[in-house]
Design a protein around this ligand. Structure first.
Ligand code: RIB
Length: 268
């Protein structure tokens, strides 16, 4: 049975300048428009990894909206969208030659998301690019596993079963119980259960092209693997591989791997 995941989260169009180095002022960059937003990225990643996915989000009545949804439609993600009088979310992304990114998000429509109705699900997945009201509402109505990718970091009054953060976001967590996966870039990822380290994994080595979406691939793969009842350490290893694959490719949704690609990377 494919796990059924409802993602409540942000949808952005990423406007990406790819340049040699981080700019004070720089010319010669290349420009791309790529669907993004943590909610949309994680919904698409879950789908490519084999889950049946619903995405609840908000978009504007503008041309960016359809462009931001192209990959989700192509993957047949069930879209439950509210159209509002605000611009579709935009992320201005600068990527340098080493794959480092600087991202400025103009949330627009994402900021209007509030109470949500959920379809039947095994898990609900949220991130923090939407208002607290939407995250709290999703948590209150969740009847399965509630997973929070607490990014960008801010304290929020929910009590997730599974939390995914990077080492900096960990500092802002208002809760530390349940299962917490902490990513530490190319170094490793650790799994904490009620504060105790229970597993550790090292991502496979890849040439980093663009870090955008790596955390989204990690989060989606960790959740899908847990729902498939894999051992937590195996879920962590697969999540590390998914994050590494995303970092080895350009763009957000353009970089998200399938389950076969993840497992191939882990096969000696
Ligand atoms: O996690 C990556 C995403 O963060 C990008 O796609 C961008 O939209 C920002 O929201």
């Amino acid at each position: 049975m494919r796990p059924r995941i409802t993602v409540v989260g942000s949808i952005n169009l990423d406007l990406v300048a790819r340049c040699e180095r981080m700019p004070r002022a720089v010319s010669g960059a290349s420009f791309s428009r790529i669907p993004g937003g943590k909610g949309a990225n994680q919904a698409l990643a879950c789908s490519r990894l084999g889950a049946e996915v619903t995405l609840i989000g908000a978009i504007g009545r503008d041309s960016f909206a359809e462009e931001a949804l192209v990959e989700l439609r192509e993957a047949s993600v069930d879209l439950r969208l509210t159209e509002v009088d605000a611009p579709t979310g935009v992320a201005l992304v600068v990527v340098d030659r080493s794959g480092e990114t600087v991202i400025v998000v103009a949330p627009g429509a994402n900021d209007t998301l509030a109470g949500v109705d959920l379809p039947e699900h095994d898990a609900v997945l949220c991130q923090l690019e939407i208002p607290d009201a939407a995250v709290v509402s999703a948590w209150e109505r969740c009847t399965g596993t509630f997973c929070l990718n607490a990014a960008p970091a801010r304290p929020v009054t929910v009590d997730p079963d599974v939390t995914v953060v990077n080492r900096y976001e960990l500092e802002s967590l208002s809760h530390r119980d349940g299962v917490v996966a902490v990513t530490q870039g190319a170094e490793d990822a650790v799994l904490l259960e009620d504060g105790e380290e229970i597993a550790k994994a090292t991502p496979p080595h890849v040439e980093v092209v663009d870090g955008t979406g790596a955390g989204d691939a990690f989060t989606a793969c960790f959740l899908v693997s847990l729902l498939e009842e894999l051992e937590p350490v195996v879920a962590l290893e697969r999540a590390c591989a998914a994050g590494a694959l995303a970092a080895s490719r350009f763009g957000a949704q353009s970089s998200l791997p399938t389950a076969d690609e993840v497992d191939a990377l882990l096969t000696p």
